[in-house]
Design a protein. Structure first.
Length: 511
């Protein structure tokens, strides 16, 4: 079916100086993605084949596996690219990517005996009585007699059912059945135009679990049979990466008020910036990698939160767009409700102007980026004292609606109790504030800050380096406080996050 290619699609190599040990196994390329697992890239070409879009539309790696060839030109003049479980075909007349009937190719090439030895049923012949495609389709679909294989076919191997009509999606991915289900050793196999499905009926160590359905590697079978041009399957140098070649998030789902760490591989970028929701993602460079720590607001809306990236290459060109947007699923923090009754003298401190002024000051201070990490290991709890108000608690004041959330953790302690620094850093702020009273904020590097409020005394000055455990002040009741206590907070990129995740060893801070 596919002869030697008339034209090869060159996979541009990139400078050997960038080929270092820290290159990720797979990464983005201009218009596509490189898979180091097999050594091939899948791309969308301007005005040409859209194999990367087609791969994702049909189910990605889960359905197709990894690429095992470069794009090549077949005898029929169409362009193809082979994957472990199938072969993509570009239809220029309709501008669509389809899966080719690779198992029919193997039948036409006389490989059925060899396939049978591997547990693939022979292709069943029609009796010739049906000539209308609708009748042939209906008859072939009646060959779907094994319930697990039928369910897998209907879902087309996807983790979730497709919104498309299930039968049509199954045909789009696997084609029509070309055999009945047959027992072959530890599995039942059924052949289709574009693949083979196996339902495993026995438990054998190291093989698919009993009771599961898997798609056989139809593309690999075709490669072993010599269906593809040798030049198309030959190894090549890795292609040039996109300006931001790889993004790895510490978590894909996160509760309100928690922290997300992003690691970016961007060897061709001279500057990278980002946001998580409406807040900055402060990024520091480490060789060809960048690391950024972002906070999710404690009142963030539950749902998909965008993490947007912008990069500037060595020529000063900005790169942005949908391909540089990741999403984090935000769930409820399940924070408790607290009710406070405050006297008018204290309430007088909470004017809109005072709140805005203090928010702006702390926002400006805690979004400054020190590119080095100044701390080491887990933070220490500032006081061994009872928690009188937890982080994130929704607060109702004097019977009003709970439309605010506690920005830190309150520890009940006597006035004058020494307050130590939770981690090594540098003093970014040490002064009296209207709401937080006497306060100290420490810069720990990489956009991470800790704050200590309502202090009776300050023992440090701005710019002073501070060691973990060093006393920076004493507990008090200054500012908006109804008694002596320590208000302790942790900010990431200016966003208040749950301090508890910063005192758990090995969680998010060993960067």
């Amino acid at each position: 079916m596919a002869a030697a290619p008339a034209a090869e699609h060159a996979q541009r190599s990139w400078p050997a100086s960038l080929l270092a040990a820290d290159v990720p196994l797979e990464y983005r390329t201009p218009g596509g993605h490189y898979f180091g697992q097999t050594g091939f890239a899948v791309v969308d070409e301007a005005g040409g084949p859209q194999f990367w879009a087609g791969m994702r539309h049909l189910g990605g790696i889960q359905v197709l596996g990894y690429p095992i060839s470069r794009p090549y030109l077949g005898q029929d003049g169409l362009q193809y690219q082979a994957f472990q479980r199938g072969v993509l075909q570009w239809r220029p007349d309709s501008g669509e990517t389809w899966l080719a009937n690779v198992m029919d190719w193997l039948h036409d090439g006389g490989h059925d005996d060899w396939l049978l030895s591997l547990g693939v049923p022979r292709q069943r012949k029609d009796d010739g009585s049906l000539t209308d495609f609708a009748q042939i389709k209906a008859a072939r679909l009646r060959w779907l007699t094994n319930a697990p294989i039928t369910r897998y076919f209907m879902q087309a191997g996807a983790a979730q059912p497709s919104p498309i009509d299930s039968t049509e999606r199954g045909i789009a991915v696997y084609g029509l059945p070309t055999s009945l289900p047959e027992q072959h050793g530890p599995f039942i196999a059924q052949r289709f135009q574009r693949g083979v499905l196996q339902y495993w009926t026995e438990a054998i160590p190291g093989l698919p679990l009993k009771g599961t359905v898997v798609g056989a590697l139809a593309g690999d079978l075709a490669r072993q049979a010599g269906i593809f041009p040798a030049a198309a399957t030959a190894a090549a140098a890795p292609p040039v990466p996109a300006v931001i070649g790889h993004v790895a998030l510490s978590r894909s789902s996160v509760a309100q008020g928690r922290t997300v760490v992003a690691r970016l591989w961007a060897p061709l970028a001279r500057r990278v910036a980002g946001t998580i929701g409406d807040n900055p993602l402060l990024l520091a460079q480490r060789g060809s990698w960048w690391v950024g720590i972002g906070g999710v607001e404690r009142l963030e809306t539950v749902g998909a939160l965008p993490l947007r990236l912008v990069a500037e290459d060595q020529h000063g060109t900005l790169h942005a767009g949908p391909e540089l947007v990741e999403h984090v699923a935000v769930s409820s923090g399940h924070y408790p409700l607290e009710r406070f009754w405050i006297g008018q003298a204290q309430l007088a401190l909470l004017t809109p102007e005072t709140i805005a002024r203090e928010v702006a000051l702390l926002g400006e201070v805690t979004t400054r980026l020190t590119p080095q990490r100044l701390w080491s290991g887990a933070f220490q709890r500032p006081l061994n004292a009872p928690i009188t108000s937890p982080f994130g608690a929704r607060r109702s004041i004097n019977g009003g609606p709970p439309n605010t959330a506690h920005s830190g953790v309150d520890y009940g302690a006597a006035t004058g109790t020494p307050v130590p620094a939770c981690a090594t850093g540098r003093v970014a702020l040490a002064e009296g504030l209207t709401i937080r009273g006497n306060a100290v904020y420490l810069d720990h590097g990489l956009g991470v800050y800790s704050g200590y409020a309502h202090l009776s005394q300050l023992h440090v000055r701005v710019g002073e380096p501070v060691e973990r455990g060093q006393v920076i002040g004493q507990v008090g009741a200054t500012g908006f406080a109804n008694g002596p206590h320590l208000h302790w907070e942790v900010r990431v990129g200016g966003v208040n996050v749950a301090p508890v995740e910063w005192i758990v060893p090995g969680a998010i801070h060993d960067l």
